[in-house]
Design a protein around this ligand. Structure first.
Ligand SMILES: [Zn+2]
Length: 410
């Protein structure tokens, strides 16, 4: 273990260079570098590398190299002089760094047991906490998303359609999030992403994933205005897809499609039983101001669907209690019951003694590509181009470089 003597090292400087300065200073990452938030609300992380790690400090440009096998514990504290990082290496040395942001690079990096990208940014947030953002090239990112979002054993054409949807979703998100510290979460909030370590994927499987990404390189979906489509996708549409605006009220409309491919899905039908008391508690936990909080007299009388979209998904649910009632969106009602329990907004509600029975179809928001449907169509012999055409009826499949040329010409 060769650790340079950086004990009690203090680095002073202006605290002005935030991320904007970082990215414009030319750290060597191209436009397609994806910033993925992999941890938030951390007070300490333990970082491993079999070789070395290099730590750069944002406000001074200074670099510290810790060589040979490294196991470093990094914690963070707010002080009256500014943010203070403390780095404890496995030979007992303590590095103390006063600065704004840390940039860490190294090979085969792990935080705990989880493999992470080879370049990381650690940003102070609040109350002595920090978040960890990984920097990944677009194609590597896609390889990390593909088997996390769709089983790698599924038909090749379904996997290719998934990659094109993912590439489009990612690039469209990059554009809207360009000013943010990170572009995407590594969870289902955006797309599940993980770095697979050397022995975590069988070599032939890893090669298959890379080949599928490579075979669609540069291909994206574009909307009628020539912009890359934010190509949402989901597990199972339950028979018909949905407009984005009906889920997120974001003004986006894709066009919808009837889908015969979903009855093979394990999520084709689901059911939730809920007592009135359970529902009251869930409402008070998710939307505390909705009911008369704390009033023991609050009793849910009725829950019923009041309005549906053309797809059959619920637009409005009415909840009645005491002598009052309120209307919520179908998505808000899903949030109350729990997105994992109420798998979609395509449901009906029936009263039961002291409660309700909720039965529904499909899994997920229902917008864009239906994964179980894609599997069905690929098995029927459809190409990935035809599958994409089916789920994004108003979009065009184009080479991104061509799209950029067209945009420049205008
Ligand atoms: Zn479907």
């Amino acid at each position: 273990m060769k650790t340079k003597n950086y004990k009690m090292l203090f680095i002073w400087g202006t605290l002005l260079i935030l991320f904007v300065g970082f990215s414009s200073m030319g750290w060597g990452w191209g436009n397609d570098e994806i910033r993925v938030r992999i941890y938030r609300g951390k007070k300490r992380v333990t970082l491993h590398s079999p070789t070395k790690i290099v730590i750069s400090i944002s406000n001074s440009g200074r670099k510290i190299s810790i060589s040979s096998e490294v196991r470093s514990s990094i914690s963070y504290d707010n002080t009256d002089r500014g943010p203070l990082w403390q780095i404890q290496t496995n030979d007992g040395s303590l590095l103390r760094i006063l600065g704004e942001t840390l940039l860490i690079s190294g090979e085969s990096l792990r935080i705990g047991r989880k493999f992470v990208p080879s370049q990381l940014q650690l940003f102070p947030t609040s109350r002595g906490q920090f978040e960890v953002i990984g920097l990944v090239g677009l194609e590597d990112y896609l390889v990390g998303v593909l088997p996390s979002e769709m089983p790698g054993s599924w038909p090749i054409e379904a996997l290719k359609a998934q990659v094109v949807a993912t590439r489009s979703y990612t690039l469209a998100t990059l554009k809207t999030q360009s000013e943010s510290r990170y572009h995407l979460e590594d969870t289902i909030e955006d797309q599940v992403f993980r770095i697979y370590g050397p022995n975590e994927l069988a070599p032939h499987f890893a090669k298959k994933m890379r080949n599928i990404v490579q075979s669609t390189k540069g291909l994206v979906l574009s909307d009628s205005g020539g912009d890359i489509l934010r190509a949402y996708y989901h597990a199972d549409c339950g028979g018909v897809t949905e407009e984005p605006d009906h889920v997120w009220s974001n003004g986006e409309f894709f066009g919808t499609t009837q889908d015969r491919g979903c009855p093979t899905s394990p999520h084709a039908q689901w059911k939730v039983e809920l007592s009135k008391n359970e529902l009251r508690k869930k409402i008070q936990s998710v939307f505390p101001d909705l009911l008369q909080v704390g009033s023991k007299a609050t009793e849910i009388h009725d829950v019923s669907v009041r309005k549906r979209f053309l797809s059959g998904r619920v637009d409005q649910v009415e909840i009645s209690w005491n002598d009052q009632s309120v209307r919520l969106s179908g998505q808000d009602f899903r949030q109350i019951v729990g997105f994992q329990k109420m798998k979609s907004a395509n449901f009906k509600i029936e009263p039961r003694q002291n409660g309700f029975s909720i039965a529904g179809l499909g899994h997920g928001h229902g917008v864009g590509l239906c994964q179980w449907g894609s599997r069905y169509w690929a098995r029927k012999g459809l190409s990935y181009e035809k599958i994409l055409e089916h789920y994004y009826p108003q979009a065009r499949l184009v080479q991104r470089s061509l799209l950029q040329r067209v945009a420049k010409a205008h």
